[in-house]
Design a protein around this ligand. Sequence first.
Ligand code: ADP
Ligand code: SF4
Length: 735
Amino acid sequence: MPLDAPVSRSKYDVLFEPIQIGPKTLKNRFYQVPHCIGAGSDKPGFQAAHRSIKAEGGWAAMNTEYCSIHSESDDTHRLSARLWDDGDVHNLSAMTAAIHKFDALAGVELWYGGAHAPNMESRQTPRGPSQYASEFETMTYCHEMDIDDIHDVQGFYVEAAKRARDAGFDIIYCYGAHSYLPLQFLSPYYNKRTDKYGGSFENRARFWIETLEKMKVAVGDECAIATRFAVDTLIGEDGVEIERDGVKFIEMADPLVDVWDVNVGDIAEWGEDAGPSRFYRQGHQLPWQKFVKDVSKKPVLGVGRFTDPEKMAEIVRSGQMDIIGAARPSISDPFLPQKIKEGRIDDIRTCIGCNVCISRWEIGGPPMICTQNATAGEEYRRGWHPEKFPKKGSDDAVLVVGAGPSGAECARVLMERGYTVHLVDSAEKVGGHVNDVSSLPGLGEWGYHRDYREVQLGKLVKKNKQSQLALGGARLSVADVLDYGAEKVVIATGSHWSTDGRNALTHAPIPGIDASLPYIATPEQVILGQKKIGKKVIILNADPYFMAPSLAQKLHQDGHDVTVVTGVELGRYMHFTLEYPNMHRMLHEMHVEVIGDHWASKVEEGRIELYNLWGDGSERRYNGPGRMPRNPNTSHTWHNFDTLVVVTGRKSNDELYRGLKERKAEWDKNGIKDVYVIGDAWAPKLIADSTFEGHRLAREIEEPKAQFPKPYRREVSVFGTPYIPGGFTDIRYEV
Ligand code: ADP
Ligand code: SF4
């Protein structure tokens, strides 16, 4: 159904009412707030395609990520947009043009970071309200602004706003959430000044108010002025509190602002804003956000991982906010508004709140990925449309073995393309290891990954009677696959946790670890209740993500005394997914003891020998063959346990794939043209990357060497040549 076609009145109609924001009209209440994707101004094709696919999917406005107003605020190693010069205007105008084609608005979030931007590319010294060292960055201080500096920086905002207008943006932000410059002036946490820009509320608000006034004079007739404001920085009176400065600032700035974008928190712990589902449910910021409507006469929007249309409609209807802001739900499903409008609620690809999208920006640089939506970040460079697929390229029937994230996604996309697919799994349910993972405390919403594929596969199998979903049978053997009768075979058999202690530190098993012993358990054995767990548990961990902390939480809740011995930083990847601070608070509350920087040399019944990773000598010298170049490690000590849980590493279930490769000579006579391996069976990886691999193979299965990806369109500036492949205003989807 075309987007503008009349639909009967529904409980969601309130979400489709237009609303005025300054000189512009939002055609409905779905608003993609600024969020990072790793495109910035440097990858205009990626930027234009990622944002405009949401415009096609019915969102009324799409914003850039944070956009630097001057080289004095350069966030390298992370990637922001920039509006420093005409080149940036040119590149970002690809985004605005692509969005305008769908009758939607384009916004830009003008940003100056102060000490929170390390300026590693530009090497300039950031300016701030007072001199402080960033609590977010390493070794970055700012210079305290004098009055000349204040006027300079306000001038940067104005010049950038004019460039934003010239690039075709409809909404221009003065970004004061996440502890960036305007908020640094407002918050006594940063602002220690004693002049007219510090001290009283009025003084602390002055920088932001003046900047808004200047931006409004410069571009306010043509563009809507937005401000993003952390109405509570969650550190009490030391920062901005909603009841004090929060509400007062809204009242004071209201005449200058056309639309408020409100959230909570700061930059060092911005997981309090982009709340992971492990800790926060949808709408978790509403207790603060709903204050704003009481004092503002302007439209108010905010985020809260809104995925449920009922909740969205209720928020607007009850007047808590006027517009539903979304970052992650728009990444996970760019067609969310259209699906709601058409009543296709069960087709929504619901964000699972894992924050893997954020992890890539936090790591710095690479394009954003999404666990649920394999096409996120691939719109331009691979030409992938999230809802449209190229027709099948042959009549080959495909057998997919394994219905985990990779196999289920591969089968789904193959069926969307019109292939006949048999998806076979010995498990009773689609989902593979997501079924285990989503049973861990706090990770229930990760099950949406399975649910989406389960529903879609069910529909597709109904449509294509030759396709099949065969669950709960015997495991397929090499002979079964050879005899199956499929022309193409995809092996997606997943991985398992090591049973012998093999790990990333020593790349070897640990003597004495054998998960067939009654006192040693793998994560699967714990989750599936296959082992009796004793009172005193040691978790031996060499995995940098969620498994060890989640098992510690589960076992604590089940009444065990838990110690985690870890050879890698516990939950290191959770820094990037913003789960780290609350994960550590939680382990602390549970009295889970964490012994870091230690690893195991051997295990006996009831005890494990540990050594300090730094226990060998710091002096390195040549000692001759067979002798270590450092003093031997003598830090070994024994520790008792009732049960040892081994989270040491994962290993592919690749026997079926390797068995088939060994019998390649028989493929032809069995009608098999090719066999592929994807997901964890190829090598263990993030759920997002397994899903991507399944999707990628399904799109490229006709390629002669489809096991390996086709090259993608790169956006590089070729030395001496004004070169942008494909022409960035011409986004080509493979449909
Ligand atoms: P990935 O993350 O790569 O998609 P998972 O471990 O989540 O992998 O899923 C693998 C799935 O494959 C599991 O559901 C498992 O039951 C299934 N499986 C593994 N080997 C076989 C086999 N030989 N026959 C049928 N199903 C299998
Ligand atoms: Fe949601 Fe995870 Fe996708 Fe981010 S990566 S949009 S949190 S599903």
